[in-house]
Design a protein around this ligand. Structure first.
Ligand code: PMP
Length: 294
């Protein structure tokens, strides 16, 4: 991934893709003092860009640092990087981290860096498998208690658990893993939030110890606009057999149906299909006002 064409925005300037490097004694690398975002552009417009970049700045604050750019400046930088790469549909990855001036757990005054990379990532899961519903395993690792880690931050350190879980699932032939939280309640997948359908209503875990995804909130809005009841509550793994449909959602994953979680089976049903389509329509910018055909 480190030798591609194009340029990466790095601390306010564009550098060639393969020159966007950091030193091995970077604090962010040793102690996970880094936060990031995942955004998607559709038709040249970054969906919910400002919300994502606001979350990036907030994630930095939760790790005790101020990113030296305002949310508006980060917005402009994301747009400039997208335009520079020349893609209409693309994935945008801003990342901020503590630099390399001091080595040790404490690094109060290390420079905070920000980089933004843009690449094409059309489908997070195999496109054919995605339509049939992906197969998901139950992870052995759990999301931590919010007293153990700042679980509202999109912080790199929290992804150690996600990579461990996703790798274990992939080794068993699954596409992803569903993680429980420290209490044993259903939490989220390794890069997406989870939803279930039962008797025409949607059930989704209360996001009190994992990311309240921007896609999650969008999908809840779309479901309510359709008059579908959405119930946010604690969901136990023993309940999985009682649900008819299951889907996951996130910026990269979009709305993806789930056909299996370990021994549990789900249909790719009407509510999942409706929300897949509604989400696909919502992310596309409105067509430019048609020139009046006169
Ligand atoms: N949970 C995790 C662990 C994630 O990595 C993501 C993707 N950022 C999400 C949920 C969904 O968040 P969003 O909809 O804001 O992309």
């Amino acid at each position: 991934f480190d030798s591609r064409d194009g340029e990466i925005w790095f601390d306010g300037a564009f550098v060639p893709w393969s020159d966007a490097k950091v030193h091995v004694l970077t604090h962010g690398l040793h102690y996970a003092s880094a936060v990031f975002e995942g955004e998607r552009a559709y038709g040249g417009v970054i969906f919910k860009m400002h919300e994502h970049n606001q979350r990036l700045v907030n994630s930095g604050k939760l790790l005790g640092f101020d990113i030296p750019f305002s949310v508006d400046e980060i917005d402009r930088a994301c747009e400039a990087t997208l335009a520079r790469q020349g893609f209409e549909d693309a994935y945008i990855r801003p990342i901020a981290w503590r630099g390399s001036e001091m080595m040790g757990v404490a690094a109060q005054s290390n420079t905070i860096h920000l980089a933004i990379a843009v690449w094409q990532w059309p489908s997070y899961f195999d496109p054919a498998e995605r339509l049939k519903g992906i197969r998901v395993d139950l992870a052995e690792w759990r999301r931590p208690d919010p007293r153990t880690a700042p679980s509202k931050a999109k912080a790199t350190g929290l992804y150690m658990i996600c990579t461990l879980s996703k790798h274990a699932a992939e080794r068993k032939g699954y596409a992803d893993a569903l993680m429980l939280d420290w209490r044993g309640q259903v939490a989220e997948c390794t890069g997406a939030n989870v939803f279930f359908v039962k008797d025409g209503a949607i059930h989704t875990p209360t996001p009190d110890c994992f990311l309240d995804g921007i896609t999650r909130r969008t999908v809840i809005g779309l479901a309510k606009a359709r008059g579908i009841e959405v119930i946010e509550r604690a969901i136990m793994p023993e309940e999985l057999d009682g649900f008819e449909e299951c889907f996951i959602c996130g910026t990269a994953a979009e709305v993806t149906p789930v056909s299996e979680i370990a021994q549990h089976r789900f249909a790719v049903g009407d509510i999942t299909k409706t929300l897949m389509n509604d989400y696909a329509a919502a992310v596309r910018p409105a067509p430019k006002a048609a020139v009046a055909a006169a």
